[in-house]
Design a protein around this ligand. Structure first.
Ligand SMILES: [Zn+2]
Length: 313
């Protein structure tokens, strides 16, 4: 059974931008008969907000977005991630790294990844025989990095079309296990998606450069046959062109819910952002037939003061 996953982050409340991505994911699932799994990616310890998981589920249900399986949490699955890291270390596809963030910044002379993070220059690659060895030599607990191979990665995105990355040059060896022993996002989602039979991933453009990293991990773990189809969607941005965030005011669903904005009003705006004229009120189900991925705007959606007024009056 083809399966997709909704993965709200329990680090904060759903805002209009996330809601649009989840809505599109839900529409695509219903149109294509995908099973929907709800997964809460709660590995980012210090950033997790208590109760944000329940809030996210409540916001989704309020909008009329439901799921068939879950919620599944990542934190109880730590041993699985850890075992995958051990396998990658044993096969030489990963290695311990003891560089501090500052050392990485200083050593990375030229390229920076799209998200502004420095491309790790490979300082520790091949330097230490084991985690223990690295820790003893450096006097601190190492992270584990994946050794990115030289070859380019190509894939066809369902919405964007052909994509090509040179991960070694553009992304660098990335962290798969943090010093506190928790798995990094890239590793955990690959293990989960493979094991939970996820075949279709729909997410924001901001995660496009995660895809080559994840494809590399599928291959390295012998899971190449499980690589899903990807659909990356343009984000909702503020009038300054930057992705929707606190600086654009409060765009959390909760912020509109409290004074009485209906889900139908929010859905009408989200639909308009998908190229559907839904008037002033609509429901996720009613709009299902009208949604067409190919009619989705190809450029970022701009959230304006008019949109805010539309939700309030
Ligand atoms: Zn290092």
């Amino acid at each position: 059974m083809p399966t997709t996953r909704l993965a709200p982050s329990p680090t904060g409340a759903l805002h209009l931008g996330n809601a649009r991505t989840f809505l599109i994911n839900w529409w695509l699932a219903k149109q294509n008969n995908w099973d929907i799994l709800l997964r809460l990616e709660d590995l980012d310890g210090p950033r997790i907000k208590p109760g944000a998981d329940r809030q996210a589920m409540d916001d989704l249900q309020w909008l009329g977005i439901d799921w068939d399986r879950g919620p599944v949490y990542q934190s109880p699955r730590a041993d699985l991630y850890r075992a995958a890291v051990e396998r990658l270390l044993a096969s030489g596809q990963a290695y311990p790294c003891v560089c501090t963030r500052r050392e990485v910044e200083l050593a990375a002379s030229a390229p920076h990844a799209e998200d502004g993070a420095a491309v790790y220059p490979g300082t520790c690659r091949g330097k230490y025989a084991s985690m223990h060895d690295a820790e003893r030599a450096a006097g601190r607990v190492p992270v584990v990095r994946f050794a990115v191979p030289e070859a380019p990665i190509e894939f066809v995105d369902t919405f964007k079309g052909p994509c090509r990355f040179e991960p070694a040059r553009e992304l660098g060896d990335f962290v798969i296990l943090k010093a506190d022993g928790t798995a990094a996002y890239q590793l955990a989602v690959v293990i989960d998606d493979a094991e939970m039979n996820v075949t279709d991933i729909v997410r924001g453009d901001d995660l496009l450069d995660s895809t080559p990293r994840q494809i590399l991990l599928y291959r390295a773990l012998g899971l190449a046959h499980r690589i899903p189809r990807y659909t990356h969607l343009p984000l909702v941005v503020g009038t300054d062109g930057r992705r929707l965030a606190k600086r654009h005011g409060d765009t959390r669903l909760e912020h509109y819910r409290r004074p009485g904005t209906t889900p139908q009003r929010i859905l009408a705006l989200l639909a308009r952002w998908c190229g559907i004229d839904a008037g002033r009120e609509a429901s996720a189900k009613e709009l299902l037939a009208a949604f067409d991925l190919q009619r989705l705007p190809r450029t970022p959606i701009i959230f304006t003061a008019d949109d805010d007024r539309f939700l309030r009056d």
